[in-house]
Design a protein around this ligand. Structure first.
Ligand code: HAM
Length: 420
């Protein structure tokens, strides 16, 4: 029996796992710079949390959840997204009763039973933030700016930001009234009408050409914004302009989750084909209350690490040197091996990344391993090096060598790397 990973999951193994890790950690670094703190969350929650929080009209809830009964007969669901679980934790532990906004981040796998294709997986990896308890438009701009900075830190250039506003409850009620009237006049099939009844905005997201054509003249929510929603949205745009963050307004944007209100946004990378969304998010007034918390507003995003990695590869901006070892040590003989262990130990204490050639390999095989590791420098330690106390520090890229003492390797490597 030859086992394989389940269909449609994303898994990472060397050498590509290094790039995956780098993408994830780079995005997280940007998040932490704005003072967001970690939530380490369960991967499964009570099913009801998602049906209530994410919304019954969504594909995510109606078709894509991995739901099962646990051994106690409780209905459990593998988290299809991060926001409602994060908010459940915020409420349960009273973080919404401390200083506001409560700013949290999380990362990990999420599960949606979608039809697998390039960039769309049944288990995917996402990094997210939530800021709860403030409706300040400057917070919207900061949240968007964090995601933007994350993608820029990956070296990405070919992505776009689309934003819109879904307004407040007054806005949505007025728009819904007119939109339902418009949809009633379209004579749609039963299933589509039922979907529209749950959330008429879903029809803007319908993939069928005929529905798209029918919706081309449908009333747009941006034309219904209340005065306060319009001011809020204008303020967000003003802050983004000040930050030099380019965006376009997409009044037909529909996010796949029902809880959004006010500012919503998506980052799109056009080289990824159909699965072009590399991140998205928005405000969710009312969600906290809906799942048992206070009537507080919040905003957040989820960034797709798998897709961000695909985008980095598509643009060819992956800097492999960011995660290659500084030094590869090749010991020849037993005494050299003992010394190499000691030398590597000391170098690692000084924060260098060091690998050793294990298994008493021949020099040629060991050099091949050094090459494969992507190490910047190589040092060979044999009997003569041990007796003289001197080694050749070889730069792999150029082949240039410098003679240094073993005792001064820390300083020599540090100088060499800073000159590179
Ligand atoms: P989402 O847009 O559904 O938002 O997912 C966030 C990101 O996860 C997407 O932009 C995409 O890059 C990635 N993603 C989603 N589904 C898949 C999949 N099947 N395969 C690969 N990547 C995928 C949310 O989940 C919200 N919780 C974001 C949020 C936080 N809104 C407010 N706060």
């Amino acid at each position: 029996m030859k086992y394989q990973a389940p269909k449609g999951v994303s898994e990472y193994f060397p050498p590509r796992s290094r790039a995956f890790e780098w993408v994830r950690d780079t995005l997280i670094t940007q998040i932490k710079r704005s003072g967001y703190q970690l939530l380490e969350l369960p991967i499964f929650e009570d099913t009801e949390l998602f049906t209530r929080g994410v919304g019954a009209s969504t594909d995510v809830v109606s078709k894509e959840m991995y739901t099962f009964a646990d051994r106690g007969g409780r209905s459990i669901t593998l988290r299809p997204e991060g926001t409602v679980g994060a908010l459940r934790c915020v409420i349960e532990h009273g973080l919404d009763r401390g200083s506001l906004p409560a700013k949290v981040w999380y990362s990990g796998p999420f599960f949606r039973a979608e039809r697998p294709q390039a960039g769309r997986y049944r288990q995917f990896y996402s990094v997210g933030v939530e800021a709860v308890g403030s409706d300040d438009p400057a917070l919207d701009a900061e949240v968007i700016a964090i995601a933007h900075a994350g993608f820029r830190a990956l070296g990405l250039k070919e992505f776009r930001l689309e934003i819109t506003s879904l307004g407040d409850s007054q806005t949505r009620a007025a728009h819904r009234f007119d939109l339902m009237e418009y949809i009633d006049g379209l004579q749609l099939d039963g299933a589509t009408t039922a979907r529209a009844q749950l959330n008429p905005l879903r029809l803007f997201d319908d993939k069928r050409e005929e529905i798209r054509a029918l919706m081309a003249k449908a009333p747009l929510i941006l034309d219904y914004l209340s005065d306060s929603s319009r001011e809020h949205f204008a303020a967000v745009q003003g802050y983004l302009r000040n930050l030099g963050i380019e965006f376009t307004i997409n009044p037909r944007m529909v996010r796949g989750l029902d809880y959004y209100t006010g500012t919503t946004f998506e980052f799109i990378h056009d080289s990824l084909g159909a699965q072009s969304g590399i991140g998205g998010g928005g405000r969710y007034d009312g969600l906290l209350e809906q799942i048992g918390g206070q009537p507080l507003s919040g905003i957040g995003f989820g960034l797709g690490v798998d897709r961000a990695l695909l985008a980095v590869e598509a643009e060819g901006v992956l800097d492999e040197s960011a995660f290659c070892p500084d030094l590869f040590l090749i010991p020849l003989g037993a005494p050299a091996k003992a010394r190499a262990l000691m030398v590597s130990h000391k170098l690692r204490e000084h924060n260098f990344t060091v690998e050793i050639a294990f298994g008493d390999r021949q020099l040629k095989a060991a050099m091949k391993a050094a090459d494969k590791s992507g190490a910047r420098y190589v040092v060979i330690i044999g009997d003569s090096e041990l007796s003289s106390g001197r080694v050749e520090l070889k730069e792999m890229r150029t082949g240039a060598t410098t003679s240094v003492t073993l005792a001064s390797l820390v300083e020599a490597l540090s100088t060499a790397l800073s000159n590179q």
